[in-house]
Design a protein around this ligand. Structure first.
Ligand code: AMP
Length: 549
């Protein structure tokens, strides 16, 4: 028997309509680097999104399902694109502006983007690529920046504001199939070619509701969220969509992502929430330690994308800012877990929960798969690869314009679960603790050593700014850990001392023999430790390694 309920498609245009009317006074504030930031209300964004959709359809001829790319910072125009492009039935393709040129070329060609919206300040990045992007017919330039890089190129160039001018502020958004493609995002491609995840209207809608749950980010129109996580990194973790559901004000840093302007933004605009990867919070901590600022408006901060060292959480606790750990992936939209401790605990009792990756919300099912392919118990001890499934989790990758969706065996199980490549344990009450990426685990004499555990312990040392641990080949043990350490300013290297410090919390057989000091840990395009670069530096003999007896 079927239900008697209405079946209204879950569409992004509905989120836009809701946010721009019911929460029309909420604001997107974009940092400009000048005395005053730029402010635009949700109501204005609704009107401008309609104008953009008219422009894309009527002036540029964008049809349903065609890909419209953005190469943009976090700002209000990017929010307009987030809503206009999928709502009109086209597909928003956010481009990661930190990727190497050849990967960007691959991605744009693979997605067959027809239009690119680009911030003027990013033209020096886009212009040299354009001769290699045969599908791109139109470039729409947004905001300040020198246009000269585009001169002489075989592409039609438009000014964003001119394109919008005079167009109707209302659009009859089509009643699409909710399973239709709304947005796409390519994974950073640490191995092999980047792979495209295609989100549907339905998955975005449901994920946004999840972001807004109290046990998730739980924000309202009383809040302002500083969205540092780039809009090209898994839809800024779903925040731009979620904000239009509940009226959360957005504070957008545009290109001002350095610690000093971020600290100034927080002190002046007083966001109550923020979201970014650990590297950003490490940088900000160093900044406010040197030049104190009041960060206490931020009631809580969502930190994820890479493991958050407990020492970082402690440091922010002392500043009156609570970091809340989250785990997710491009393939999971991204929110997969969030670490809110259960009710009724003291601060001390909460701590072991806070340093996990968090609990699975309704909508994300999880299982751990052991080395023999068996499903492991949730006992907080049995370690295996995490697999997940749910309404906002990818079932395949984009196969290109004419190809079938791709379901590589190492990413999707035969029964349809996503293989995350993350290794960890789950407690009986559903808290996930990740010990490593499967490919980063150090396999020493048949036993596994967690690189993340060693890194967290090292980063708790008062003289260590950052530390990354990777597996390196070892004749006797197969693999052993190599510790690469970034010291705080003025500190001197004492490897024996660091090892003795580790020995307080780590088993003796896991302690690294090989040590090296580096100026910075290499980072990926979204600010995570890039361990394959470290492994290569070691293999090429580029690191000055000390081996302790
Ligand atoms: P991406 O798709 O580029 O966002 O990368 C997803 C991967 O980042 C995950 O599979 C994890 O390996 C890693 N990751 C994300 N959040 C966390 C976290 N809180 N702790 C540890 N690793 C994380």
């Amino acid at each position: 028997m079927l239900s008697t309920m209405q079946d209204v498609p879950l569409l992004i245009s509905r989120i836009l309509a809701h946010g721009s009317t019911i929460h029309g006074d909420s604001q997107v504030t974009t940092w400009t680097g000048e005395a005053e930031p730029h402010r635009r209300s949700f109501a204005e964004i609704g009107v401008r999104a309609a104008r953009l959709a008219h422009a894309l359809r009527d002036a540029l001829g964008v049809q349903q399902d065609e890909r419209v790319a953005t190469l943009m910072w976090n700002n209000s125009e990017h929010v307009e694109a987030y809503f206009a492009i999928p709502s009109m039935g086209a597909v928003l393709h956010t481009l990661n502006l930190r990727l190497p040129a050849e990967q960007l070329v691959f991605i744009v060609n693979h997605a067959a983007d027809r239009v690119v919206l680009v911030n003027g300040t990013l033209l020096p990045l886009l212009a040299p690529l354009l001769p290699h992007l045969p599908t791109v017919e139109h470039v729409v330039v947004v905001g300040v920046g020198d246009r000269s890089a585009l001169e002489g190129l075989d592409v039609r160039v438009h000014e964003y504001e001119e394109l919008l001018e005079g167009r109707p502020g209302h659009y009859d958004w089509p009643e699409l199939d909710e399973r239709q493609a709304a947005a796409m995002c390519y994974t950073s491609g640490t191995t092999g070619e980047p792979k495209g995840v295609v989100y549907s209207h339905r998955s975005v809608y449901l994920h946004s509701m999840q972001v807004n749950m109290t046990e998730s980010m739980g924000l309202t129109d009383h809040d302002t969220s500083l969205i540092v996580v780039p809009q090209f990194h898994v839809n800024a973790w779903g925040l731009p969509h979620a904000t239009f559901m509940t009226g959360i004000n957005m504070l957008m840093p545009d290109r001002f992502l350095q610690p000093a302007p971020l600290a100034e933004m927080i002190e002046r605009e007083k966001p109550t929430h923020a979201a970014a990867v650990p590297t950003i919070w490490q940088g900000l901590l160093a900044e406010v330690t040197a030049n104190p600022r009041d960060l206490t408006s931020m009631k809580h901060v969502t930190i994820g994308g890479a493991a958050c060292p407990p020492s970082l959480m402690e440091a922010y606790d002392k500043l009156g800012v609570r970091l809340c750990h989250a785990w997710g992936m491009t393939e999971t939209s991204p929110l997969g877990t969030m670490a809110h401790p259960p009710a009724g605990l003291t601060a001390e009792e909460e701590w072991p929960y806070r340093i996990t990756q968090g609990r699975f919300p309704a909508g994300v099912e999880a299982r751990l798969i052991g080395p023999a392919g068996d499903v492991l118990p949730w006992d907080g001890e049995s370690a295996g690869e995490l697999e997940v499934r749910g309404n906002w989790i990818a079932a395949a990758y984009y196969g290109g314009a004419s190809g079938e969706p791709l379901r590589p065996e190492d990413k999707f199980s035969a029964d349809g679960w996503l293989k995350t490549g993350d290794v960890g344990v789950i407690s009986a009450d559903g808290f996930l603790t990740l010990t490593d990426r499967a490919k980063d685990v150090i396999k020493s004499g048949g036993e596994w050593i967690s690189s993340v555990e060693l890194e967290n312990a090292l980063m708790a040392h008062p003289e260590v700014a950052e530390a990354a641990v990777v597996a390196v080949p070892d004749e006797k043990w197969g693999e052993r850990p190599l510790a690469t350490v970034v010291l705080k300013e003025g500190a001197t290297a004492d490897f024996a001392g660091l090892r003795a410090f580790l020995a307080q919390s780590i088993a003796k057989w896991q302690l690294p023999e090989r040590w090296t000091i580096v100026e910075t840990v290499p980072k990926t395009s979204v600010g995570k430790f890039d361990k394959k670069v470290i492994r290569k530096q070691y293999a090429d003999g580029d690191l000055d390694v000390t081996t302790l007896a």
